[in-house]
Design a binder for this molecule. Sequence first.
Ligand SMILES: NC(=O)c1ccc[n+]([C@@H]2O[C@H](COP(=O)([O-])OP(=O)(O)OC[C@H]3O[C@@H](n4cnc5c(N)ncnc54)[C@H](O)[C@@H]3O)[C@@H](O)[C@H]2O)c1
Ligand SMILES: O=c1ccn([C@@H]2O[C@H](COP(=O)(O)OP(=O)(O)O[C@H]3O[C@H](CO)[C@H](O)[C@H](O)[C@H]3O)[C@@H](O)[C@H]2O)c(=O)[nH]1
Length: 312
Amino acid sequence: MKLLVTGGAGYIGSVTAAQLVEAGHEVTVLDDLSTGHADAVPDGARFVEGSFMEPGDLSGFNAVLHFAARSLVGESVEKPALYWSHNLGGTLRLLEAMRKGGVGHIVFSSTAATYGEPENTPIKETDPTRPTNPYGASKLAVDTTLTAFAAMYGIGAVSLRYFNVAGAYGRYRERHVIETHLIPNVLKVALGERESISLFGGDYPTPDGTCVRDYVHVSDVANAHLLALAACERGVHKIFNLGNGAGFSNQQVVDVCREVTGHPIPSSIAPRRAGDPAVLVASSELIQKELGWQPEHSGLTSIIEDAWRAVR
Ligand SMILES: NC(=O)c1ccc[n+]([C@@H]2O[C@H](COP(=O)([O-])OP(=O)(O)OC[C@H]3O[C@@H](n4cnc5c(N)ncnc54)[C@H](O)[C@@H]3O)[C@@H](O)[C@H]2O)c1
Ligand SMILES: O=c1ccn([C@@H]2O[C@H](COP(=O)(O)OP(=O)(O)O[C@H]3O[C@H](CO)[C@H](O)[C@H](O)[C@H]3O)[C@@H](O)[C@H]2O)c(=O)[nH]1
């Protein structure tokens, strides 16, 4: 297929673009390099530097995989207008360009942040969506828009709600200039780029008092996109969670990083970070049942080993 990958110079987009090229698709990456890197665009993909908010003529593409977004939760609280105009407004323009160009299918990077503070664990797709920050709200608004576009204009859409994506795929890894994610920041301590790691909150209602998250390997996330692409069906919007169904506390993440790197990784408990749910764990039964997705890396150790191998 002839595919447009927005955000294909970023972390998850570059891994997915690489797997799409390996599967024989003709891939064009559209990325403005605001948080991505030109050298992350896989060999064999065409690269267009530009914004998905001005996508131009999309005729000829069979589908869009839409990764590009603003995705810093804290920044979204400080600059809500930016998140609404970029993530929702920009995506509306992309969808209009798809409509004009006759592009019928889209796979969209949604997020666990659409659920907000969960009522049930593990979280199912049918659980309430009550985002607690503009980032999650803007992603939920795109999901709602996709449902309407599928019903009204007959596009085929799949939203994948990733939980905590981690690990690396070959040379493709997470390297954000502003890094907020736990695992890369813990590994920076082992690399000698940081003195220590602060764990935000030690008094959550969890076994060790630190937050619990569901880590899913970036390679398994990328593979889910190939399955989602094949499952796009005109007039239908499907939503799937993507996680491993197992929760690991922030303290456990640090402990596993110590084992994997052999570094003592000094850590301390710091105040809670605003808007962090105590526990976020996915039920991914639906995507396993409907698309046959099976994560190959379910253990936290193997995910962290891959992340470490790519940065050391
Ligand atoms: N990393 C996670 O754990 C996680 C979890 C849930 C959802 N997501 C979502 O997955 C997607 C990818 O996340 P990531 O971690 O790979 O982020 P990333 O920042 O590494 O990648 C995003 C890419 O989009 C590009 N981009 C941003 N705005 C653009 C624009 N206007 N036009 C063109 N390109 C633009 C950036 O330059 C970057 O290359 C995002 O939509 C994010 O919200 C990520
Ligand atoms: O230096 C740090 C960084 C993070 N954390 C903690 O580690 C946990 C995981 O935090 P991350 O920032 O790695 O990930 P989040 O769970 O906040 O965010 C992930 O899930 C969100 C959905 O909830 C969004 O989709 C977001 O894009 C995605 O990265 C949280 O308890 C956080 O407070 C620390 O203690 N110290």
